[in-house]
Design a protein. Sequence first.
Lengths: 261, 436
Amino acid sequence: MFRTGSRRKHDAGPAAEALRLVKVTKTYGTDDSAVTALDGVTLALARGTFTAVMGPSGSGKSTLLQCAAGLDRPDSGIVRVDGHELTGGGEAELTRFRRGRVGFVFQQYNLLETLTVAQNTVLPLKLAGQRVDRRKAREILTAVGLGDRLGHLPDQLSGGQRQRVAIARALVADPRVIFADEPTGALDTRSARGVLGLLQDAVRVHGRTVVMVTHDPVAASYADSVVFLADGRLAGRMDGPTPDAVAERLAHLGDDMTVGV
Amino acid sequence: MFLLAMRSIRKRPGRFLATLLSAFLGAAVIMTFNSMHDTAAQSGVDRVSKETLTTAASVVGGYGTLLVFFAVASTLTVTVRQRTAELELLRCSGATPGQIKRMVVGEAVAVALVGAVLAIGPAMLGGQALLGVFQDSGQVARSVDHSFGPVALLSGVDITLLAAAGAAFLAVRRATRGPRRAGRARTYLAYAALGLGAVAATSTFAFSATDEALMAAPAYGAILLSVGCALLAPRLLKGVLDALPLTGASGWLAVRNLRRRADHLAGILMSLILFTAVSTATLYMQAVESDAVAASGLVKSVDAKNLESLNYTVVGIIVVFVCVMLVNSLYAATSYRSREFGQQRLAGATPGQVLGTVGAEGLILTVVGLFFGTVAALAGIVPFTMVRTDSVLPDQGLGIWLAVASIAAAATLGTSLATARRVLRTPAIGAVGLAA
């Protein structure tokens, strides 16, 4: 069992392996109507990598992300984030596990509408009971191009700007892994490119680990590598992806089912 | 559009429960008291009985109707606001603003009609019970039979439907026009209520200690002042929030949430202020009156008894009514926040912290509501006590106020925390995915 002191400083440095899943299985529903969303997925991602998870609808991408990020518990198998195993416990315990280890970027931004840009950004620190470094928050917001929007409310921002706030919020607590679920799904091409660039910077410049679920081959091409998923199983991997190669591979995912990586 | 309205009611009856409940209760209260008019109008009712019955019906008819109007309006405002997304979708699918308006108003009227019809039975029983109270205290002759006639039926149905239609119309206009500053009309109304309330409370001094109508002026004063405060509630709340030095993640979030949602919380604060003011003012004044009569050694006259039983019935009904409204609108408002709670949890809030935020918000609301309600009540109690007795404050002590305050706190905190707990059972990721 992990310790859960909220003010505890992190252990000495990040682990070399940011994320490891071992034979993770997740089934929804019961008996007759049971759907196996994840079927024994084993996966390891090194620190400082940018990985895209791709697959057709219903392939288990979102379930994979939720299990890996500690938002949901797998039925069986092991999940390790930054060398720490995710164990049982209630929601409060899962929340404390995620703090400082995991940051999120969602398709629908999930910013709190009652808080300003600056307040939304520091919210994870506030909730974790950590000292709020306003200067650092401002630096991060300036870096994502929102230095002049600190006092705005989310509904005064465009979709792209909201997603940048979400990225700043994910970065501010220094998480080991940032999970992005279709981060460009609701954005126009130009905003999407900006957001993907920021995620890329988080990895290349700041050495974070990013896992991004997407169905867009162009978005996936920003990653260092792409992991394909079909019917809840891994269906291959591609390093140095290009949009065309990813699209080609996606189109033939059903043909060459190779289990494992 | 009418068909769409009926379909949307049939498919999601739960959504309209809050409106139905307030329409039902409102209609029941109005019909119960107005059936006294019908009873008095029967042939063969003696003069004293007639007077008692008519007074009861008119007094409650006055501010009971006002209260029902407020209650239905605030519930409808909350439920229409929660459907902004759906209305937006309808607009995008080619519905004109007029069609949307007709749909929402149609729904509200249909639901209110059902509520009013359902209220007929209970109102008949209530009217009989009320008549029984008057007969037991000897104010109405035993020979008088309860009658539930056209006055009760028409006033109950009409007022409820009118309140529902008017409130739905205003609410949908506000919802489809997008956010706007609170109207100037509201401010004028608030100041008018405050001014009239102050005049009414001050005019208490024009009466002599034994005047039978002495209690009317300060009671109306207190109620008008509390209506004024209630109308200004969002602004008062913001003023209080600016002065609050709350630390800790939950308190920090609570203050910011309340500040942004101040306008939405007006209905809840209104219920709290009215509840506190009406119950505190009436109960203390009646206690002072009873003690003064007892001290003078006189036997209570029929009129005095009349007033006493009337006061207690009115307070009882209004208190229950406002309390149910409070619970009703808090439940609707809190269960609507599922998505927001999900977002807080995804940002790293434990369920305990979310509950802490909800609790802090409820506590601030309770304290603000109690404060302004008490101030309004005191504005009535103090002049009354000064005229009726020689002291400034009633010597009944804090007992009554503490009871009122604890009911208000229990209703507010209990409802919001229990609802939030239930809402938190949905996993965070599911809660943010749900269509709002």
